[in-house]
Design a protein around this ligand. Structure first.
Ligand code: TEU
Ligand code: CA
Length: 549
């Protein structure tokens, strides 16, 4: 069976984290008018779809992933008129807009929760999940993604409510048909405004295992996959949303999938499932997360990454679809985590770009990757803003980790690594704001900024542009099959994309060492590379090459 051809398989996503993209009014917070000012910059890169992290009204406990009014624009970001101007600007440039929606939980400042907590018999009580405690303790031993118990006690009604994230993010009760109806109406509201699709935050978590039994699983990754995700009615709910609303629009839907495994992936994105178009699985992103999560690191490497890419390719086959990405607003900068942000920063940024844009799946580029932006190392925990970081700082330092030790873990694994402001130029605060930024700019903006990068024809930006243009031309990179070519060194990632039109060979050396390979290059034309190498029988450190025949 050949793969169905779809625009959302061919087009490339560019993720904007609005708070950190561009501030137009000097309050130190990125906003919609700031994005509008940069639409030509984004278009010039050659991407097609803009994924906007949430811009709805929110108290910002989790930077907008705690929504208090799903039909409004947060005043810090602008007005609904600004939104309409942005959408129009995106469409006028031949691009599309993907909105980020969070339906597993709302903010505790949402009117629904304000009502629900008033009394046991409040009409909105069952919009959320309430349980009696056990002898003064929470109903079970579930833990939040952001540390501590997944339950918070509400004294007024002497019950606990579930929050898999912060206590200001109470989980919505999807068992309640009224909640589902509200959600489908919100989805329709935004689709009728003309947006082109949704990224659905933590969608595999929406169906809870109603026995709410304690878990004996040690590793948090296992708890996510086996207790929080893939619950008994998750497909019934997503399918209902599809039948009620999604199917009536030419849109794309991508589910963020913590806990979705290769065994369960097709259940969400199989072409015959009438659920989602694709998922952002997080298997490679969660690599290195020990029993207590990301700040309890365990070793991993490229062998694990390549194994996962192979397993997901096998799992999807021609029947499903995933997105290919190596970072987003929740994970460290890919050039620091998977590349080399020192000597080979530019080369490795280009190598990662070639990988993301040549594997099979909808490629997703996070803002700043096109500049080769890297992780930040703030001197003090006070410089950090992420609620996940602060919650775990408290939890770890209260259980024996020194503040300095934890700060080093934040440098490596914290989400604020990707949330420092976009680095536009060398002026104060990297041209992100004329005010005081909500989070400090990475001090390396003097060396890494869009103005300098755009002036350098050999920069990461133009390498992305060339790759994006090549990908548009060569549909083999979209629909072609994929196979790994075994090589002697585990530092090499060599694979082919192929169909009846052509063969595209990609050769990546994701290491600091030169390696020989034994691929026969006869008949292949070199189309793109990130460095000069006179000896094609070798791959230099962080060298990437793309051939076609
Ligand atoms: O992320 C859920 C998720 O899986 C990540 O938060 C990840 O578990 C965590 O960052 C790893 O440490 C989504 C959003 O992308 C994230 O920004 C939100 O904080 C979260 O859901 C709650 O809405
Ligand atoms: Ca602003």
């Amino acid at each position: 069976m050949s793969i169905e051809k779809k625009w959302w398989k061919e087009e490339v996503i560019y993720q904007i984290y609005p708070r950190s993209f561009n501030d137009s009014n000097g309050d130190g917070i990125g906003d919609i008018q700031g994005i509008i000012q940069k639409l030509d910059y984004v278009k010039n890169l050659g991407v097609d779809i803009i994924w906007l992290s949430p811009i709805y009204k929110s108290p910002n406990d989790d930077n907008g992933y705690d929504i208090s009014d799903y039909r409004s624009i947060h005043p810090e970001f602008g007005t609904m008129q600004d939104f309409d101007e942005l959408l129009d600007g995106i469409h006028k440039r031949g691009m599309r807009l993907l909105m980020d929606v969070v339906f597993n939980h709302s903010s505790d400042e949402h009117a629904w929760f304000e009502e629900a907590k008033k009394s046991i018999d409040n009409p909105y009580r069952d919009y959320y999940i309430w349980k009696k405690g056990k002898d003064g303790d929470p109903p079970n031993n579930w833990r939040s993604f952001f540390g501590g118990s997944a339950w918070d006690y509400e004294p007024n009604t002497d019950e606990y409510y579930l929050h898999l994230f912060t206590k200001k993010q109470p989980d919505l009760n999807w068992e309640n048909p009224k909640v589902r109806k509200e959600i489908y109406s919100i989805v329709k509201f935004w689709l009728d405004k003309g947006i082109d699709g949704f990224r659905m935050d933590v969608i595999p978590l929406i169906s809870k295992r109603l026995d709410f039994a304690d878990t004996s699983l040690e590793s948090f990754n296992d708890v996510v996959a086996q207790v929080y995700s893939n619950g008994p009615r998750v497909h019934e709910y997503i399918n209902e949303m599809y039948e009620e609303v999604l199917q009536h629009y030419d849109i794309m839907t991508v589910g963020e999938g913590p806990g979705i495994t290769t065994q369960t992936g097709l259940d969400y994105v199989g072409h015959d499932r009438r659920e989602l178009n694709m998922i952002f699985h997080l298997d490679h992103m969660f690599l290195g997360h020990g029993p207590r999560g990301k700040f309890d690191p365990i070793p991993y490497g490229w062998t694990d990454i390549k194994r996962l890419f192979s397993e997901w390719h096998e799992a999807m086959g021609d029947s499903g679809w995933i997105s290919i990405f190596m970072d987003n607003h929740d994970f460290p900068r890919m050039v620091s985590r998977f590349g080399d942000d020192g000597t080979y920063r530019i080369e490795s940024a280009k190598l990662l770009a070639m990988m993301v844009l040549t594997l099979r799946g909808t490629a997703c580029i996070y803002q700043g990757s096109e500049l080769g932006m890297s992780n930040v190392k703030f001197d003090s925990i006070e410089d950090y803003r992420d609620v996940e970081t602060h919650n775990y700082f408290k939890e770890f330092t209260e259980t024996g980790t020194s503040p300095d030790e934890f700060l080093k873990l934040v440098h490596e694994h914290g989400r604020d690594n990707v949330r420092t402001p976009m680095q536009w130029n060398k002026s104060k605060h990297a041209g992100f704001t004329n005010g005081e930024p909500w989070i400090n700019v990475n001090p390396n903006y003097l060396d890494i900024n869009a103005e300098d990068v755009l002036a350098d024809k050999d920069s990461v930006f133009y390498f992305y542009r060339e790759l994006l243009a090549f990908r548009k031309k060569e549909k083999t990179l979209i629909y072609g099959d994929w196979k790994i070519i075994e090589s002697q060194s585990s530092d090499l990632f060599i694979y082919e994309r192929f169909d009846s039109n052509c063969n595209i060979l990609v050769m990546l050396n994701h290491s600091d060492h030169t390696h020989t390979h034994d691929v026969i290059l006869e008949g292949y034309d070199l189309c793109l590379t990130n460095m000069t190498n006179d000896d094609v029988a070798t791959l230099l450190p962080w060298e990437c090459r793309l051939y076609k025949k």
